[in-house]
Write a protein that binds this ligand. Structure first.
Ligand code: BTN
Length: 325
């Protein structure tokens, strides 16, 4: 029924259609029409309602256009097989299922909405419909398991470079892999991996980018911590353009990494980070570490100098240091 209503509005662009006419053409009650309109509103359709005139379709929800995405890609592997969903629990979960059924490297899972989006350290990831880029990428890097932290940094570099290329703004990487604008988070990355014989078998890179969220799309408790590319740039973010830029950038860096190792990636990460040479406070599984972030080591770990002069190396953790420019 929703499709039939939409068809009527699409045949009459910019026109008001009365509830009475809709109920006649759809052979249902006015109450049923109203319920369908409410349903469509929940899916992101915007209607103007004027008494005596009826309803006018003002805006359709922004949906990721896979044909457009494919035309913008210049990759060989990444994003060549895309699974698109209107709504999922979490694209990470879908990706794990696909790995189990033999999905190839480069397979991308994208959803308009996640109802149980996962963040790092067991947190939830707020993923409203049609507003962000919620995606998981399946990788099969040919590296030993203890190199996994390098991959985290590599993905953050690719994403940061892609954003800067398409929407020039001051984006920085907060160790290990949050992207910030003006001290507030615009993107988070979650890496989940499986290994066999000390080598990585699969990595599922979950990437959340707050593209077109407005302030009212966030719960109030996130207002001072999170922002979106759209809020910061003042323009609507072209999601296909950004996804393609990211995959193009990532494939080039991923190839470079397999050819030349971590050294060139470390230089790129250092150029984009907002963590080094500043105080950090990191929550790890073994407790809180506070000190000065000194450098990135050969494996991708963060060297932190403690107040007593000792240095500890962190490979993961929650860095809750507030960033000040
Ligand atoms: C973080 O805590 O900063 C990581 C957030 C990762 C969110 C993305 S959105 C797509 C993918 N699916 C999920 O459930 N989580 C990741």
């Amino acid at each position: 029924m929703n499709e039939q209503i939409l068809q009527i509005f699409e045949e009459n662009p910019d026109h008001f259609i009365s509830g009475e006419e809709l109920s006649r053409r759809l052979s249902c009650s006015r109450t049923a029409v109203w319920k369908h309109i409410q349903d469509l509103r929940k899916q992101g359709y915007e209607f103007e309602a004027v008494s005596r005139l009826g309803y006018r379709l003002v805006r359709k929800p922004d949906k990721i256009d896979l044909k457009k995405l494919s035309a913008l890609l210049n990759t060989k592997t990444l994003g060549r097989d895309v699974h698109y969903f209107e709504s999922v629990l979490s694209t990470q979960m879908s990706a794990h299922d696909m790995v189990a059924s033999g999905a190839k490297e480069g397979t991308l899972i994208i959803a308009e909405q996640q109802t149980a989006g996962r963040g790092r350290m067991g947190r939830k990831w707020h993923s409203p419909l049609g507003k962000g880029i919620w995606m998981s990428l399946i990788l099969a890097p040919r590296i030993p398991i203890h190199f996994a932290p390098q991959l985290t940094l590599l993905i953050a570099v690719a994403l940061c470079r892609a954003i800067k290329q398409k929407y020039p703004m001051d984006v920085g990487i907060k160790w290990p892999n949050d992207l910030l604008v003006g001290g507030r988070k615009i993107s988070g990355i979650l890496l989940e991996s499986s290994a066999e014989d000390e080598r990585l078998r699969h990595v599922i890179a979950g990437i959340g980018i707050s593209a077109n969220l407005l302030q009212e799309d966030y719960p109030p408790e996130l207002w001072d911590k999170a922002t979106s590319l759209s809020i910061e740039s003042g323009q609507v973010i072209d999601r296909e353009l950004l996804i393609a830029a990211f995959l193009n950038e990532l494939e080039a860096l991923y190839d470079l990494y397999h050819e030349q190792g971590f050294a060139p990636l470390r230089i790129l990460w250092e150029a984009l980070n907002v963590t080094l040479h500043r105080p950090v406070k990191v929550h790890t599984h073994d407790g809180v570490v506070e000190g000065l972030a000194e450098s990135i080591d050969d494996l991708g770990g963060l060297n932190v100098r403690l107040p007593d002069g000792r240095v500890v190396i962190l490979y993961s953790g929650e860095n809750d240091t507030p960033y000040k420019a």
